[in-house]
Design a protein around this ligand. Structure first.
Ligand code: NAD
Ligand code: UD1
Length: 334
């Protein structure tokens, strides 16, 4: 049986996707350099699924290693999660971000082409919509206007993939634009583990609840939203991982094409709604204070995910209570 090659397989989204693909009976070969994850995740994936993946430790920029992986394994498609993802770091280290998030994809695509593997799923982000032209956001909305190198790196790769498909219609490419993935596997064995102080809302709330941080700073309560705080489309990581299984099935069926899908729930929740849900479901206090807006933030961002529902036969099923419970369960179990 041919294998799916997963880069960044021990990271947050990669690890959950490995679990769902293994549960769906797929064979996996994975790569990670552990720049933002831990080796022990491999054991946890085995513990959850009872299955092994073929694993290579190393860098996606290392073309010799990529050659070796493609030579030693029969690969049918690639899912690329390996990238840096901190918006703040990307502003201070743009070269590192463009090299790791763009050059590495070029190396990968070159090796794929050499080995005649032309089926590819890429992890993009809702950030490519910049300040969205309408809400809910459809895949046809204008992209661009990103405000940091991280967001721009995703935009560039999307452009490269479009050019590639234009030049050779035998490629079979799916671009997923993730909205706000949160939560963890129900076992509490794998989850999101940001280094240092979390920049994103859910891991910050979880650390405040766990008394590792004192108080949540709510960035602005003067947006044009129900309670003035920012509204986002939070999606449970398990739903997001399952979308990849549907993506794999779609590409297996289609043979060639370029497909773009928003992956969200289609519902927007404010910061204060998330805090309230977290407190209620976990029966714990999350102290917070309102502070000024965060630079680069937008007020409202949520998806129209109906295209994914129609074409992938996929729909997010878990709600914010599940997201809050599973995020806290993971932090508690560590
Ligand atoms: P993550 O940091 O948890 O996982 C990325 C993994 O890739 C890590 O295990 C890291 O060690 C590895 N990695 C990074 N650079 C590498 C390289 N050059 N060679 C080999 N391994 C490398 O991030 P994540 O949240 O799982 O995100 C996965 C993908 O989804 C990224 O491309 C990210 O930009 C994108 N994305 C994430 C979110 C989110 O909120 N988590 C939102 C939109 C898009
Ligand atoms: C952020 C990134 C975006 C990335 C996405 C997913 C920025 C400007 N954008 O988006 O590029 O694709 O994460 O990784 O960083 N909030 C607080 N207090 C906090 C943290 C967040 O009030 O301590 C608020 C934010 O203002 C926002 C909401 O919570 O309204 C969600 O924030 P966050 O989790 O950082 O996600 P995004 O801003 O959507």
């Amino acid at each position: 049986m041919k294998k799916i090659f997963i880069t960044g397989c021990t990271g947050y989204i990669g690890s959950h996707t490995c679990v769902e693909l293994l549960n769906a009976g797929k064979k996996i070969v994975g790569l990670d350099n552990f720049s933002n994850s831990k080796r022990e995740v491999l054991d946890k994936i085995k513990q959850i699924t009872g299955k092994n993946i073929t694993f290579y430790e190393g860098d996606m920029l290392d073309k010799t290693l990529l050659e070796k992986i493609f030579t030693e394994n029969e690969i049918e498609m690639v899912i690329d999660f390996a990238a840096y993802k901190s918006v703040g770091d990307s502003v201070s280290k743009p070269i590192e971000y463009y090299v790791n998030n763009v050059s590495s994809v070029l190396s990968l695509l070159q090796v794929m082409k050499e080995h005649n593997v032309k089926t590819f799923i890429f992890s993009s982000s809702a950030t490519v919509y910049g300040n969205p032209e309408m809400i809910p956001i459809t895949e046809n909305c204008k992209i661009g206007g990103t405000t940091n190198p991280y967001g721009t790196s995703k935009l560039y790769v999307e452009g490269i993939l479009k050019d590639l498909y234009q030049s050779d219609h035998s490629w079979n490419i799916c671009i997923f634009r993730y909205f706000n993935p949160v939560g963890a596997h129900q076992s509490g064995l794998i989850g999101e583990e940001p280094n240092g102080i979390p920049a994103n809302l859910m891991p910050f709330i979880a650390k405040v609840a766990n008394k590792e941080l004192e108080c949540l700073n709510v960035f602005g309560n003067d947006y044009d939203t129900k309670d003035g705080t920012g509204v986002r489309d939070y999606i449970h990581i398990i739903d997001l991982a399952k979308a990849h299984v549907c993506g794999v099935e779609k590409l297996n069926k289609e043979k060639h094409g370029l497909y773009i899908y928003n992956l969200g729930t289609g519902a927007g929740y404010s910061v204060l709604e998330m805090v309230e849900a977290f407190q209620k479901v976990n029966n714990i206090k999350v102290p917070y204070k309102i502070v000024g807006r965060r630079a680069g933030d937008i007020g409202v961002c949520y998806a129209d995910s109906s295209l994914a529902e129609k074409e992938l036969n996929w729909k997010a099923e878990l709600g914010i209570e599940d997201m809050c419970r599973d995020a806290y369960n993971y932090i508690n179990k560590k």
